[in-house]
Design a protein around this ligand. Structure first.
Ligand code: FAD
Length: 830
């Protein structure tokens, strides 16, 4: 069997060894620089609080599995999880609202949760100061993980199953051949390997550097302190109800002051995120010594009491009983932060067989380990990992400066109330399209995505609000859904449907594939027949081997061996690059090259019933259906500017994406702007775009559908070619999916009162029972009500009434047929 080497025997590495062994893999070696009985990484001192619920479904499901696994992991009659429950308290009205939102996530992802009153909080946690508490969120299945103990038990059990552990052995390098790993170099010799998984925690950057891989994590120190004995708890160890974890009360979070708490027998443990970020360079910590103990390990730095002072004051307010104690001990413990707070899981894009599972909390450890084991043994994870895919970052996001700044910001904001549309505070203006200057003149409101500035609406359109026909007038929104939103979006949607609007499409990923093997590669990877004539555009899917949706792509055949791809994420690029490399290695005739051309091109979407009039001002070519049919591409020039035109639409209106190189960008904008003057042209932003695309039923991979869903369930058969002759990844799985009835489907719903907004990820109820969750939502300006997509049980059909929970309130909704707008596609032709 394949020789696997796991670097690091923390909670992640040992769980991975266990997950692989339990899947029948035999040849596994774990290399650990520290002594096994206490390796000295973050796991060795983790207090082990497991709050499972997270806005991310992936992370929540990872946590849920970790709880289940650690609960079942027993030795001497004691499990590795103490299910005390988790209590998050609110001391401000904003936090109470936030906890209601979180209650929604819990229900969406299948975690039992309760919003409880202030009195109930005191009941569950009598030492809380009743004067401070407004209410709380209680999750019965949360609790304390005995991470260090679990690690020891897993080492023991996997050892019995044949896993080899090399302790006090430092990994110093990685051997490779032909873009594949072959072995791990250590200070005690080379360990041959077919697969290497770096579970090195915050040392991940150093291990990555050994193979030229930028691992975007930043080690930061975080303060944890213990009090002296609390007088009323003295002697409690004698109490048999207190088990090995020395705790009885739920784990507690006081996020308004960046604090969390657990009991340690008679003492309290206090964790604090309110202090200044304290970044660390792992390599500066030196080599782990052969003797590690509780107080002496590389991941544990000296306590800085002055940083903890505000925490101690806030603690005495929240838990008055602790006024009778003092800080007995504390430390600044190191663990990993990332630019977006997600873990880093997956294969290096340039090196086969080299995997990473880092920036993982104890909370998510077993879930992540299972995902990696599934990827290694079955080629895919049963839980979608896009949100923690190693390759999800853009190149610029891998720079040390970006990683450092954004990871520190993440530390600072870890317990903050973050709106789903909130942009990064910094860095901003990192990537701008060549239209940026003009957009600013029009008062664009920018949000940030992948380092790009992306207009959401234009203040210059505000004066058109008064000209909006009555039915198009935007409805009143609640405070939360009004954030990062403007009613101007209604104007921009209206103009797109009735005149013409220009959208900046530059931030969408564009890749180029060329070479003799390009067609073969795309035929093998996608669900459609790409061997169509030059000039054709195909909307298609990338599937995994189980038929799950990895991405949807627009592939334009520009030449016999030249294709342009409109894609979703940087992960798509890594996927294409890896497969192109593999195919090219087989034979020169199969060679092809994949390039990211996003930054070396720019693109405008010109859409609306008067788009043809606008383009007619700058070109004499025939752009009607006859001269330039739907889903075709051509290279030409307009207004003297060389462009590639793509006849497709994300908003459901006639028009094109017009692409050129950035040097021509501003001129292209100006010429289109000039040409549009007499035809009612406006610039429109992402807020209108999102509304229009939802009405048109266009699904977004990653939000509406993921690798957990097949195209039948997701209603994405429009991107699958029936009876495609060539074999492709996922074909046989898709064939068998066609023959079995799925239990769920992606359905369109609309809100009955025509105005209550939802934002996405809310739970959906049918006859009082949580049955699914919303993926994405927007106000549908054309259909005059909020529109959403939701995963619902198959039995729910058009006309069925459901309810959506939004901050604890119930919003009535109806399942409807989709697309809501122009199902006959009459708007797309001229
Ligand atoms: P580690 O435990 O650090 O393991 C990595 C291993 O790799 C180490 O043992 C290291 O020695 C080894 N290694 C590295 N480089 C090499 C090399 N070159 N050669 C050989 N071996 C190498 N998480 C929670 O979920 N809940 C909490 O309440 C919580 N509280 C925390 C409180 C503090 C103070 C801190 C610091 C962290 C806390 N965390 C918590 C985070 C959690 O501890 C970590 O995220 C988790 O333990 C990481 O596990 P790991 O296995 O990835 O890394």
């Amino acid at each position: 069997s394949k020789r696997v080497v796991i670097i690091g025997a923390g909670i992640v590495g040992t769980n991975l060894a266990d997950e692989l062994v339990s899947r029948g893999w035999k040849n596994i070696t774990v290399v650990e620089q520290g002594p096994l009985q206490m390796p000295g990484g973050s796991t060795s001192h983790a207090p082990g609080l497991v709050f499972q619920t997270n806005p991310s479904k992936t992370m929540t499901l990872f946590a849920k599995y970790t709880v289940e696994k650690l609960l079942a992991l027993e030795k001497d009659g004691t499990s590795c999880f103490n299910q005390l429950g988790g209590l998050e308290v609110a001391t401000t009205p904003e936090r109470l609202q936030e906890l209601r939102r979180k209650h929604g996530y819990a229900q969406s992802w299948g975690i039992e949760a309760h919003i409880i009153s202030a009195d109930e909080c005191i009941n569950k946690y009598p030492s809380l100061n009743p004067q401070l508490i407004l209410g709380g969120l209680y999750i019965p299945s949360d609790g304390l993980a005995l991470a260090a103990r679990a690690t020891q038990i897993l080492i023991e059990s996997t050892r019995q199953s044949g896993v080899r552990y090399l302790e006090s052995t430092l990994v110093t390098g990685i051997q490779t051949e032909n873009s594949h790993v072959t072995g791990v170099e250590t200070d005690k010799g080379v360990v041959p390997a077919d697969i290497i998984v770096s579970c090195a925690g915050f040392w991940g950057v150093e291990i990555g550097a050994m193979v030229g891989l930028k691992v975007p994590l930043l080690p930061l120190a975080h303060q944890y302190a213990k009090t002296t004995a609390v007088p009323h708890l003295v002697g409690r160890e004698a109490n048999t109800r207190i088990n090995a974890m020395n705790a009885e009360l739920p784990i507690l979070r006081h996020q308004d002051q960046d604090l969390y708490y657990r009991e340690h027998g008679e003492q309290y443990g206090i964790g604090y995120y309110g202090h200044r970020p304290m970044p660390i360079v792992a390599s500066s910590l030196g080599v782990t010594s052969a003797h590690v103990d509780e107080k002496n390990m590389p991941s544990r730095l000296d306590f800085t009491p002055e940083d903890f002072a505000p925490a101690w004051e806030a603690t005495k307010e929240l838990l008055p009983a602790l006024r009778e104690t003092e800080i007995a001990e504390g430390f600044n413990g190191i663990f990993s932060f990332t630019p977006d707070g997600g873990s880093l899981v997956g294969q290096a894009p340039h090196l086969d067989g080299f995997y990473v599972a880092e920036a993982v909390w104890v909370t998510h450890s077993a879930g992540v380990a299972r995902a990696v084991a599934e990827i290694l043994t079955e080629g895919r994870s049963s839980i979608d990992i896009a949100e923690c895919e190693l390759t999800r970052f853009e190149d610029v996001q891998l720079s040390p400066e970006y990683v450092s700044e954004t990871s520190q910001q993440n530390f600072v904001e870890i317990y903050d109330i973050i709106h789903p549309l909130a942009p990064k505070v910094s860095p901003r203006d990192l990537r701008v399209s060549p239209f940026h200057a003009r957009q600013k003149e029009l008062g664009a409101f920018f949000l940030e995505v992948g380092g790009w500035e992306r207009p959401h609406w234009y203040q210059a359109n505000e004066h058109l609000l008064k000209t909006l026909p009555d039915p198009w007038r935007p409805v009143q929104r609640d405070a939360w859904s009004s954030k990062f939103y403007s009613p101007i979006a209604a104007v921009e949607a209206w103009k797109t449907r009735h005149a013409v609007a220009v959208y900046d499409m530059t931030t969408f990923h564009r890749f180029e594939i060329n070479g003799p093997g390009a067609l073969k590669l795309l035929q093998y990877l996608t669900t459609s027949d790409i061997s169509k004539p030059v000039g054709t555009i195909t909307h298609t899917l990338l599937l995994n081997s189980q038929g799950g949706i990895l991405s949807d792509l627009f592939i334009s055949r520009i030449g016999d061996h030249l294709f342009q791809i409109g894609a979703n994420t940087a992960t798509d690029l890594a996927y294409l690059l890896r497969h192109a490399r593999k195919q090219s290695q087989r034979s020169p005739s199969l060679w092809c090259q994949v390039r990211d051309i996003t930054g070396s091109t720019c693109c405008l979407g010109l859409w609306g019933p008067r788009a043809l009039d606008v383009i007619g001002e700058v070109s004499s070519e025939d752009f009607s259906d006859a001269g330039f049919p739907y889903m075709t591409v051509k290279r030409t020039s307009i207004a003297g500017i060389p462009v590639t035109l793509f006849r497709k639409s994300f908003v459901g209106e006639f028009g094109w994406e017009i692409q050129t190189s950035p040097d021509f960008g501003q001129r292209l904008w100006d010429m289109i702007w000039q040409a549009g003057k007499h035809h009612g042209l406006i610039a429109a932003g992402r807020a209108a775009f999102n509304s229009l695309r939802l009405e048109k039923g266009i699904r977004i991979t990653g939000s509406d559908m993921t690798s957990e869903h097949n195209p039948y369930e997701a209603g994405a058969l429009y991107a699958v070619q029936k009876n495609k002759k060539d074999d492709y990844v996922g074909k046989s799985a898709l064939r068998s999916a066609a023959t079995r009835a799925s239990a769920r489907r992606l359905a369109c719903i609309t809100i009955d009162d025509s105005q209550s907004m939802i934002m996405g990820k809310e739970p959906v109820f049918y006859q009082g029972k949580a049955v699914g969750y919303v993926t994405t939502a927007a106000f549908g300006f054309t259909v005059r009500k909020p529109v959403a997509y939701a995963w619902l049980p198959r039995g729910l059909e058009r006309g069925d009434k459901v309810e959506v929970e939004y901050f604890g309130t119930t919003i009535k909704a109806t399942v409807v047929g989709d697309p809501l707008y122009d199902p006959e596609e009459t708007r797309l032709s001229k």
